[in-house]
Write a protein that binds this ligand. Sequence first.
Ligand code: KOT
Length: 837
Amino acid sequence: SQPIDLRLPTPGCYADPIKAGIDADAVFDGMTEHLFFTLGKLATSASLRDLYMALSYAVRDRLMTRYLASQEAIRAKPHKTVAYFSAEFLIGPQLNNNLLNLGIQEEAEEAVKRFGIESLNDILEVEEEPGLGNGGLGRLAACYMESLASLQVPAIGYGIRYEFGIFNQIIRDGWQIEVTDKWLKGGWPWELPQPDESCFVGFGGRTENYIDDQGNYRSRWIPSEHAIGVPHDIPILGYRVNNCDRLRLWRADATESFDFYAFNIGDYYGAVEEKVASETISKVLYPNDGTDEGRRLRLKQQHFFVSCSLQDMIRSLETRNIPVEQFSENWTVQLNDTHPAIAVAELMRLLIDNHHFEWDQAWDITNRSVAYTNHTLLPEALEKWDLNLFKSLLPRHLELIYEINKRFLQQVRLRYPGNDLILRKLSIIDEEGSKAVRMAHLATIGAHNVNGVAALHSDLIKRQLMPEFADLWPEKFTNVTNGVTPRRWVALSNPELASLLDQEIGSNWITNMDLLTQLEEKENDSNFLDVFGATKLLGKRKLAGYIHRQTGILVDPSTLFDVQVKRIHQYKRQHLNALQIIAQYLRIKNGTAHSIAPRTVIFGGKAAPGYLMAKLMIRFINGIAEVVNADPDMDGKLRVVFLPDYNVKLGEQVYSATDLSEQISTAGKEASGTGNMKFAMNGALTIGTLDGANVEIRDRVGKENFFLFGKTESEIMKLRKNGYDPKQYIEKSPELSEAIRLIELGHFSNGDNELFRPLLNSLTGYDPFFVMADFDDYLLAQDRVSKAWQNHKEWNRMALLNTARSGFFSSDRSIREYCSSIWKVNPLEVEITCNIN
Ligand code: KOT
């Protein structure tokens, strides 16, 4: 390809893809200039925050050549580009990631020292992360953007610039309190507003038919409200390449800063109200992970960002003189779950109503462009929109959906003549009870590919969730097992392990995680195992310091760090872990704890604000922590910690400091999990069920290096079918009965025997997630963990094999699979010439 010739605004040769011509002097000078001109500060009076901002701006400057050259490359020569549509992008802190990918961490370290700062870490500490996601789904989107750029694939991530991200969590008296997340308050240096590329979006109103100038019958939508989407671009630089992709997040603005007519007739508040209503669209992220709230504002958010994004994509074709007919040759749209599924109807609307395509051609373009990733089988998470609500907000889209549905059902009729049941099952419109639009059906019908996120999950989509669809279109249903980026989840978060890997196998592992298998040669190298164990201990010491500062609890880094960090959810079964702790506590109290490993059990995670049972689970864990940590009998044997406000930044400290990873969801419920992968890469052993990607992790790391327990998905199904009674399991298990009795007595609630009643009733009554059924087997697996911990050499050997065999779970591998089997896109290497010197 032709190198891109840019008029570079700053001197220096940018052709070196590694150091980018940036040395410590350049970073220092850049910081000095930004302190003075951008921040209005003198170096002598700059705070840590000022220095963080100055360094970030200086680094952002160094991204711009690549950012512009990457866009120029597409302009110069059309190339299919990935549009990753996601309501959430949980990107985490940006500064260190950009330093790493530019290859200037050491230069930055030296530059900040010249400002009298002891370590770059002091500055990295200041960064606030944009919490624009709930958990796994949003973090996956962020890992995928980083891998796309690193693999030199042209891509844009489209989403929403929420003013308030996921709430901050504080713990008071053991309860979760939600605090507004004001991530933008001090200014956020990583975004570039692009108001010239704003888009107009409609809502509500009505549709009408008309005859155009050529005498054609057409339909159009006359919305009653509008909002403007203002794009804010975040550069996503690939690792040591010139390719710099973008996250384009839309902020909603009012169409007029005031409705002057209303203002003039004296309705001042009415005018302001409309402005406020438009701007509310991008105000706040819905804090539900895995449940669907069905709220009008949420549907507005979805249509808002999807419409802006599709308009933006069509406009980009037009400005490059590419006919809109060639949309699907130039764009591939991935729907991250059904949150952006309205894209199917919106793209049809734009093509038919605005660009005057015939139905068949519009459908062909839509279907060729769009693919859908399903992330959950939980019925409560499958999005459904009340038909009346949908109609009142998106009347034209509903007409188009009816037409899509009519044509689809005709196909179904041909395939299954006379089978009305199947028609009702597959219809986009749910006719049972109050009518609703099923977004997963719209996405599945509109897409050319539907994938699950782990082998088991993809299989269950075909066998349980959508068997009739899979029967109709067997080749449409595929699997792409999730992955996580080794840049953030090893290199940045575990620098000690990263430099050990560099020494042992060279530094190419960071872009080729399969090279980690070379570590297997070291499995019997006693010295190496000690060094490997020592890097883990360093991580544990750091985390112990953090725990002490945050919670006042002193933990011993030589104990087994047993960690469960993830959203709090019944299906993830933090309460199973909590019950296990009570059993260990009782053993210690009763003097029957013979060979149990001294443990520090660490929890972290947020509960959706309206999910009362999850909030009670947090209270429960904290109740146990309070009793255990205050009891001298537990000293040196057991500690329990609930880490408040678990987020990406905290995750970076946790994965590298973990010995045992808790992945204990009810089989069939966790679509994949991605934390499980981060732990394994960092040499934690997993205790887990055969659920989600655990299955594949175990297959890869070896079953002897994984603590398996619990019922399989098919055993769970059978239990449910044959009438599951948790009481039978409780009666058969003395340790479980005893643990439950202690909770009932109020032992973990200062004598209050009502506090945990709802939790106990659920577990002993209906137990929807089979906690009781898996308890004994879990406890046995924990005993195997304790036994394994006695032999440190052996533990380290197993841990090493986990790291060595985790290469498959790099998001680079996942993205390569998406590129070749779903998107059919190739990399486009961005070259930059040095045209100044
Ligand atoms: C569903 C509705 C609203 C918000 C989030 C979801 C959601 C989250 N659905 N699935 N997820 C998680 O996605 C991860 C990435 O694929 C999976 O690893 C995890 O198992 C899902 O629970």
